[in-house]
Design a protein around this ligand. Sequence first.
Ligand SMILES: [Zn+2]
Length: 492
Amino acid sequence: MKKVFLTGSTGIMGLEAVKRFAEHPDEIELYALARPGKKNEDKLAPYADKINIVWGDLTDFDLLTASMEDMDYVCHVGALLPPLADDFGAEATMRTNYGSTLAMLRGIKKFHQEEKTHFVYIGTVEEVGHRSPPMHWGRIGDPLQPPVYCYYALSKIASERAVAESGLKYWASVRQSFQNPSNPIAAEYPIIGMQPDDNCSEHIDCESSGNLMVEIVRNAPDEFWGNAYNLGGGEGFRFTNYDFIKALHGDFRKDFDPKWIATRNYHGHFFMDSDKLQELVPYRLKTPQQFLKDELMHQIKLIKAKGGPRLTPEQNKEQKKEILLKKGGTLYYLEQGDEEAIKVYYGSRELYEQIPESWDDIPVYVPDPNPTVMDHGYDETKPVSELGLEDMQKAAQFRGGKCLSESMNKGEMFLPLRWQCALGHEFEAKPNTILKLGHWCPECLTGEWDYFTQAKVNPYFAQGWDYLHSKEEPYTVKMECDAKAIEKLFEE
Ligand SMILES: [Zn+2]
């Protein structure tokens, strides 16, 4: 029997995982963490006789630590995510998402299970941040550039790093992308104005995502562990925002004026490497046709459930405008004259002014199928077993810093080295975390978002920033909470 601890078990992906774990009661003993309450009791009731429910939440650190005893697998799916995370605030988001990860890692160490417990972390495409065309293709190892104001992405980067650096023998991070169906709540939030119509994303259905957890526990080969993966459906699941809505018989441009939509600071790209996960752990359940059909049926169901009279296109647009006027919406910021937010979402007021009034003056973007490949700063054609100190020094230099360690056994990607970033911060990290996963200085992701400075001193980081921001006036944004504040809670 494999003992599995699952978080987020009543969420969209988690519940799909529960359903599938419950199909293997002879093989898997599932412990599903769920927040107490009638709604969650009802959700889990159909599986209650085949699983164990652990009632609690992600901020109950002692419970999480204690729950690790004897666990063979942890699937950390649960998180507080946007737009709800924005309501709860920076501290709650960091505490829930990052604190829970630290609490479980603490538990695994407390019970000396570093070689037993397999930790599957669910990261996010938001770790990489905004990737407008022509940088709309990406892969694991690209620089991490979480959107400004997004504590969810910060918490996911810090968590992924903690897992990768934990010293566990078996861990993996799976970066979730645009999962459908998405939380219908999001349609009522100003986030609807944050995604440009040419934003590229690779979707996946929640059934496949849930299935992935079960397939990892049942069948993941040895080479799966110790790495991060992009979770996406592959070719056929890649859409611009405009095309996706079109495929569902809608029209993004009818719902919004061009100036209402942010042009920066979102997230999403096409994955050059998402098939790798499918090859290692086959998990995809749907064809693109089935995926779109199911999504369409789901949306029709939502509209029916909502009831009320059918809105005219004008009423519909008016309703969208009202949502964008809510706190945190693009129109809200513009109305308030919040110059900082205008810079974050549009680059500058001037660039905002330059956006045409009519969509007629903005061609529909047809995605370039040829990936623009980012440089990771080392010779990727070399076998990993050949990578040595010189390669580390080269990679560090491309990041504007140094590798301070004076020796490294060739190919030893999982022994920590000392590094220094361009701003003089020193830190320890495994070569794998830096070269393969795209992490760099943790200190530079605390205190404030200062991407202009980082792009100036770090050519690796600049690849994802300069092409879109080089003509802008630099700005920094103070963080209300950061990874360091959460780490303090775990100091002995
Ligand atoms: Zn730094």
